[in-house]
Design a protein around this ligand. Structure first.
Ligand code: NAP
Length: 352
């Protein structure tokens, strides 16, 4: 059994991690860490988890974490993750950080999007960017894992076959992202209050989003194709969880609709968590966050829009699971040579 600690246990992804870890056959939850929630039980913090786990949230103590854990999930803001990673690197078998602190390799790009999370180049270089479908082998025995962002996961999984399998040179990629309110965590912010959020389509990042920088940083090095520029606008919508990334890619290369779909099916055929949707095969034919909620799936489809000469990729996932806690568990499974889907076989809850 792997002894598991969660720092940020009171938070929204921390709660999801608790739920997944206590159901995982090879994980034993041994430590909950936090700051303002110290002394509280999971049941007090997460109304859905009315279980006596025999644990309360403790002030973060790196020595205690090192002694009582093999794996530590950091579900904390990026600046806190930097400090904790510095304290824990080399002292536990694996640290999996859910924040953006170590996702962007390029130091300038990182500092632009995460100015409060200053990290050393030496530590950043030791992190593996944990998107298991694309770099699974690098996760085996990885000591430090940076779990990709929620939008970044959907966009990356959506674009990867175009660049890596079809070898397309994408001149311009434009992403339109729509996400539910849980994407912002449990912090109180006026625009997120019910009177403003309910029924809203709120453009909160119309001219740029740090997850676009994350995708460019990671997929920008992919071959044999390439990505020129990648732009993103993001909107908050009124549901609680789930996101949809609509990705429009422009290329001068020849594109064939049937070959596109075949390439996606081939690319993900051995990856159970990416479901390539074929048009008209179900009641809801297109990727829709509703159809993945509560699961670790990312639903993807690809089409060619002949009139506008653009490739349209749609990708939907649950931001708290495949976009956060589920993907973190999936990556840690790979790290410890466990089946990638261990503890993650739950099916979506629908209707919600
Ligand atoms: N929400 C999402 O959809 C999502 C998806 C992917 C990744 N993420 C990333 O995951 C991380 C957590 O997100 P979240 O949405 O779960 O945030 P959240 O709900 O706001 O929770 C933040 C947690 O961090 C803890 N924390 C803050 N500062 C700390 C410190 N100095 N030391 C120890 N604990 C500290 C808080 O503990 P106390 O309550 O005890 O103070 C709280 O448990 C963030 O980096 C976020 O960007 C979030």
């Amino acid at each position: 059994m792997m002894r598991v600690g969660i720092v940020g246990a009171s938070g929204i992804t921390g709660g999801e991690l608790i739920r997944l870890v206590i159901q995982h056959p090879e994980f034993e939850l041994t430590y909950l860490g936090g700051r303002s929630s110290v002394g509280r039980t999971p049941a007090q913090l997460h109304p859905g988890l009315r279980l006596d786990l025999g644990l309360t949230v403790e002030a973060v103590d790196p020595d205690a974490l090192a002694e009582r854990c093999d794996v530590v999930f950091l579900a904390t803001p990026a600046p806190a993750s930097v400090r904790l990673a510095e304290q824990l690197a080399g002292r536990v078998a694996c640290v999996a950080d859910l924040s953006g602190a170590f996702r962007i390799r390029d130091p300038k790009l990182h500092d632009r999007w995460y100015p409060k999370a200053r990290r050393s180049a030496e530590l950043a270089d030791r992190f593996v960017y944990g998107v298991p479908e694309l770099i699974g082998d690098q996760l085996v025995d990885a000591a430090l894992i940076s779990v990709p962002g929620c939008y970044a996961t959907a966009i990356t999984l959506g674009l990867a076959p175009l660049v890596q399998a079809l070898g397309l040179s994408l001149r311009t990629v434009v992403v339109d992202g729509k996400s539910g309110s849980s994407g912002g965590g449990i912090q109180l912010r006026v625009p997120d209050l019910h009177p403003f959020r309910n029924g809203a389509i709120a453009p909160y990042a119309p001219t740029g989003h740090r997850h676009a920088a994350e995708v460019s940083d990671f997929l920008g090095q992919s071959k044999p194709g390439s990505i020129g520029s990648l732009a993103m606008s993001a909107y908050g919508v009124s549901h609680v969880r789930g996101l949809l990334a609509s990705v429009y890619a422009y290329t001068d290369d020849a594109v064939d609709q049937r070959e596109l779909q075949r390439a996606y099916l081939r690319f993900y055929k051995d990856h159970r968590f990416v479901r390539v949707r074929r048009h008209n095969e179900t009641l809801i034919p297109m990727p829709d966050p509703q159809a993945v909620l509560g699961s670790n799936y990312c639903d993807v489809t690809v089409m060619y829009d002949q009139d506008a000469e653009r490739i349209v990729v749609l990708a939907a996932l649950d931001n708290l699971i495949k976009g956060a806690a589920g993907q973190a568990v999936q990556a840690v499974n790979r790290r410890f040579h466990l089946p990638e889907d261990m503890g993650l076989t739950m099916q979506p809850v629908m209707p919600t």
